[in-house]
Design a protein around this ligand. Structure first.
Ligand code: HEC
Length: 180
């Protein structure tokens, strides 16, 4: 009889303990999620660029006229610090390791009298158009095989546009920038 009572008591205690635990677990299940400030986790937001819309390769540079339209000749002048070791930019400037660059836009390639141009430059022909300057400054040795200009090139398309805009101001009557 005694053990039966004791079992009943023990059972009741155990039962209420289990009930308390169970309620606690259920309570946590119900309420813990409401503490989250932002549900789920952040998904990376796709970056939309203009280049993708046209179906072009993302690395492709904008056309030169577009880059020139938003270029800054003052920035370009700053960027020619890298060129000044070899080039003069002022009117009547002398040749250094490279030919003087005043008036270079629309000037015939390799045309400074007395300057020892490379055979590649002499053979290139034509004038320095905006486009040709863009290609040459991007990678001199790609544009003129065997060039004497030992300059690695300016890889940034917008910086090249700044430089070319500056070069185009170095003239008594600057050629207009190409229209869009
Ligand atoms: C290490 C010296 C050196 C540096 C730096 C250099 N150049 Fe030159 N540049 C030359 C030489 C040498 C030539 C002649 C190349 C040839 O004959 O192949 C030349 C030729 C040129 C020409 C053709 C000129 C003509 O009369 O046909 C242009 C344009 C030019 N450089 C622009 C630049 C610009 C812009 C920079 C800077 C971003 C630059 N160069 C940096 C040495 C240099």
């Amino acid at each position: 009889m005694f053990t039966f009572e004791a079992n009943k008591i023990a059972g009741a205690v155990l039962g209420s303990l289990l009930l308390a635990m169970g309620l606690g677990v259920i309570g946590q299940m119900i309420f813990s999620h409401s503490h989250l400030k932002t549900p789920g986790y952040a998904l990376p937001v796709p970056v939309e660029t203009a280049a993708h819309e046209g179906g072009e390769a993302p690395a492709a540079a904008a056309p030169l006229p577009e880059r020139l339209a938003k270029s800054d000749p003052a920035k370009g002048q700053g960027l020619t610090k890298a060129c000044q070791a070899c080039h003069s930019f002022e009117k009547g400037g002398a040749a250094k390791a490279g030919p003087p660059l005043f008036g270079v836009v629309d000037r015939a390639k390799g045309s400074i009298a007395g300057f020892g141009y490379s055979d590649g430059m002499k053979a290139k022909g034509g004038e320095w158009t905006f486009d040709d300057l863009d290609h040459f400054i991007a990678s001199p040795k790609t544009f003129v095989a065997g060039t004497k200009m030992s300059f690695a090139g300016e890889p940034d398309p917008q910086k090249r546009a700044d430089i070319i805009n500056y070069l185009h101001t170095l003239s008594d009557s600057p050629v207009p920038l190409p229209a869009k």
